[in-house]
Design a protein around this ligand. Structure first.
Ligand SMILES: [Zn+2]
Length: 67
């Protein structure tokens, strides 16, 4: 299972998704962590750690895929 986090700097929020979530773009491209974007991790623990590192005010779990 792969987990994705979506860092949205413009709204100061990071969201956790599961691999198969419809919201994860099929052409997700790794961009700069500090600029935001989509990032995948092999375990939920690492995804959660990355969410902490993102340093955004808001952290949420996707209501669609319920990671
Ligand atoms: Zn999702």
């Amino acid at each position: 299972m792969v987990y994705w986090i979506h860092i949205a700097r413009s709204i100061d929020r990071v969201t956790l998704h599961k691999e198969k979530c419809a919201e994860v773009p099929s052409n997700a491209i790794r961009t700069d962590f500090w600029e935001g974007g989509w990032f995948d991790y092999p375990t939920k623990e690492r995804a959660l750690a990355a969410m902490e590192q993102a340093g955004t005010t808001y952290q949420k779990n996707c209501p669609l895929c319920k990671p």
